[in-house]
Ligand binder design. Sequence first.
Ligand code: FEO
Length: 176
Amino acid sequence: WSSDVCSSDLRRRLTMITARMEKEINAQIKAEFESAFIYMGMAAWAHKNGYFGTENFMWKQAKEEEEHAMKLVNYLQDVDATVEIPGIEKPTINYKSILDVFEKGLEHEKYITSRINNLVMISDEEGDYATNDFLQWYVTEQVEEEKTFRNIVKRLKMVGDHANGIFMIDSKLEER
Ligand code: FEO
């Protein structure tokens, strides 16, 4: 084989992260900050409509999303890659009901899970074992994220339109 191919291949492996991986992680930083903003919009809706437990849950969720984003920022810095600070669109503050809020939250988390799985796939394709290992935390976290939203959706469906039931579920969310 040509020694050129060999040395460029080796060089690629010695570089901690590829340009493609860097771009995709930056896109995920944006997606995590967008998640934070979406949940802030839900918190604003919840406050306006008197669902103070849901409001509390969503502010905390937004904070967690910011942490997810920052973990990615720190990782890119650890491997000496370039961090891009994204611009974020204004989120909606219009929802039909508390069930609508959590169903949309669940849908959003499923979308984030698919993004994480895609990132893991790319890290495989790039032969980037460090990033692959780093991303495993997100794989586990997404199981937790989907579960949290799914369980609340299940309970809300259980009580339907009954105000007492909705009030109880919302009050419970104040404990988060
Ligand atoms: Fe950062 Fe809710 O996933």
